[in-house]
Design a protein around this ligand. Structure first.
Ligand code: ZN
Length: 279
């Protein structure tokens, strides 16, 4: 089975780590010959236009990071880790690791985007392209816009959709992937196959609480590393795996009665749940 991809907590962890280096001036840039083949990739010249700009701010929306620069041109960089993307901080003279597609040189460090499988996304957007991109995405799962009223209205639009499917739909709400979805549903005591029309107002309240709780717990543990996949800015693994309740677990960590975790496949992705906890 493929390892889980980075989700909101992993991207938030990296964002906070990069922020400790802000603001910094991009004194030089190197790009790989593959940069144009990455999703959202732009001609190398567009990345070159970021040279000498100062990275001043990062905004995370779901699993996306938007990079803002001090100045003028209005250019905004977008990045998404996809399946195997990583941001890595290193010394100024560190050799380029294999699969490095972009490197920013700061005053006494380098910041590199490394992505062996190239399912990530990296590009330079105009401010209008940025606005258009945000419009296509649902609210960030941690933002106050993801609230009870929003979920009730959303679910009424897709009455026959399954709960799992809507949680993964980034145009509905943004930041949740496969591992968080299983963890959220067990905390909310809801089966992944539940149709949205069957959810009562108390169910939706439990779901909302479970979304915020699961995400915040994983951020606190610096994200999930499984099968050697995700690493933070310093190459360190996250600790979320020790607090997982059902995802890739043999028995349920919530009811703790030795109840075997069930694995089903929905839309080609594994879902894990507990028959004792979820209805
Ligand atoms: Zn259970």
């Amino acid at each position: 089975m493929m390892p889980p991809m980075p989700e909101l907590p992993e991207v938030e962890t990296i964002k906070k780590q990069i922020e400790t280096y802000l603001p910094f001036k991009v004194s030089a840039i190197t790009t790989s010959s593959f940069i144009e083949s990455i999703r959202g990739g732009r001609p190398k010249s567009q990345f070159a236009s970021l040279k000498n700009l100062v990275v001043s701010k990062l905004i995370r929306h779901g699993k996306y990071l938007f990079w803002f620069f001090e100045n003028t041109t209005g250019a905004i960089m977008v990045s998404h880790l996809g399946m195997s993307g990583k941001w890595l901080i290193d010394t100024s003279d560190a050799p380029l690791l294999k699969h490095t597609h972009l490197r920013f040189y700061g005053k006494n460090f380098t910041l590199s985007y490394i992505d062996p499988r190239r399912f990530g996304e990296i590009g330079v957007l105009s401010s209008s392209a940025y606005t258009a991109k945000l419009k296509k995405l649902g609210p960030d799962a941690l933002s106050p816009h993801l609230n009870l009223a929003y979920l009730q209205e959303l679910f009424s639009r897709y009455p026959s959709r399954s709960l799992k499917k809507i949680l993964l739909d980034q145009t509905a709400l943004c930041g949740i992937g496969n591992y968080l979805a299983s963890e959220i549903m067990v905390r909310a005591h809801l089966l992944p196959t539940r149709e949205l029309a069957s959810l009562t107002p108390p169910d939706i309240k439990n779901l909302l609480r479970a979304i915020k709780t699961s995400i915040n717990l994983s951020i606190k543990a610096q994200g999930l590393t499984f099968d050697g996949a995700y690493r933070d800015l310093h190459g360190k693994a996250g600790n979320t795996s020790s607090s997982l309740l059902v995802f890739q677990q043999a028995s349920c960590g919530q009811c703790k009665k030795g109840q075997k975790v069930v694995r089903i496949v929905q839309d080609g992705r594994s879902t894990f749940y507990c028959k004792q906890c979820q209805h």
